[in-house]
Design a protein around this ligand. Structure first.
Ligand SMILES: NC(=O)c1ccc[n+]([C@@H]2O[C@H](COP(=O)([O-])OP(=O)(O)OC[C@H]3O[C@@H](n4cnc5c(N)ncnc54)[C@H](OP(=O)(O)O)[C@@H]3O)[C@@H](O)[C@H]2O)c1
Length: 244
């Protein structure tokens, strides 16, 4: 896919993987807008990447997502790529009786938001000659870690949704791309929990160059191993089950 002079919105792009992707996309000659809830993180990101545009937004709520779409259409109508990257991860003991709202917020951020934002942005992106929706899933979409049961379920569901979205948009100008990270060294789940992960820079560089080369499913490291293990079976069955 062409990767110059594109206008890219990255949800949750003020830190971690989103910020790493923003850096690579800017270096390749694109304009990047990131959004998130914490203004101090947005300001830090802007300091690191002065051409970065930042927006305060909360994708966990229906109103927040609609407001984000409205702001983009009004102030940044040139946006032609949406990257659904914002996510949270919680360790959860299913034998404890914690408030349901905590689980609900994880599902809303990781699954409702990318599904809803994809739907909200299709109308806008359909008018562009070269557009894309990119969803950030996980190696845990394929094989869960039981300590984070809801997180893994949301990522498996997002992968499934992404396959359907790609099929439904096949006749449009919108390409649908899945980015599948392994453990990456970010603050996901809280500082210090992912220090064993691969460096953000290595991951982001590899992802952006593979997307530019035309790949639509991009894993890395162990996540790429999982993707490749399942891909031939899934591809074959998906074709058979989606003849129309
Ligand atoms: N790191 C890994 O090992 C790994 C592996 C596989 C997949 N992933 C996926 O990669 C994506 C990025 O995660 P990361 O590792 O880069 O972690 P991160 O550094 O914690 O980044 C997550 C970003 O999402 C934003 N965010 C969270 N809730 C939001 C909301 N309601 N509205 C708007 N923004 C929100 C956060 O900003 P605010 O808190 O300021 O809103 C933060 O900037 C996630 O989808 C994650 O599941 C990560």
């Amino acid at each position: 896919m062409q990767f110059q002079n594109m206008n890219i919105l990255i949800t949750g792009g003020a830190s971690g993987i989103g910020l790493g992707l923003a850096r690579e996309f800017i270096a390749a000659g694109n304009t990047v807008i990131v959004c998130g809830r914490r203004n101090e993180k947005l300001a830090e990101a802007k300091k690191l990447l002065p051409t970065l545009q930042t927006l305060t937004a909360d994708v966990q709520t229906v109103e927040g997502r609609i407001a984000l779409r409205d702001t983009i259409v009004e102030k940044y109508p040139q946006v032609d790529i949406l990257i659904n990257n914002a996510g949270i991860q919680r360790r959860l003991d299913l034998q404890t009786n914690e408030p349901w709202e905590l689980t609900e917020s994880e599902i809303a951020t990781n699954l409702h938001a990318p599904i809803h934002l994809s739907q909200l942005f299709v109308e806008h992106l359909k008018n562009k000659s070269n557009a894309a929706i990119m969803n950030v899933t996980s190696g845990l979409s394929f094989v869960p870690i039981a300590q984070m049961p809801v997180y893994c379920a949301t990522k498996a569901a997002l992968r499934s949704f992404t396959l359907s979205l790609r099929k439904q948009l096949a006749d449009t100008s919108i390409r649908v791309i899945e980015i599948i990270p392994p453990a990456v060294n970010t603050d996901l789940g809280g500082p210090g929990l992912h220090t064993f992960g691969v460096p953000v820079e290595d991951f982001a560089k590899a992802v952006v160059s593979r997307i530019a080369a035309g790949e639509v499913e991009v894993g890395y490291g162990t996540a790429e191993n999982s993707r490749l293990a399942f891909q031939p079976i899934v591809d074959e069955m998906f074709k058979r089950m989606n003849l129309r």
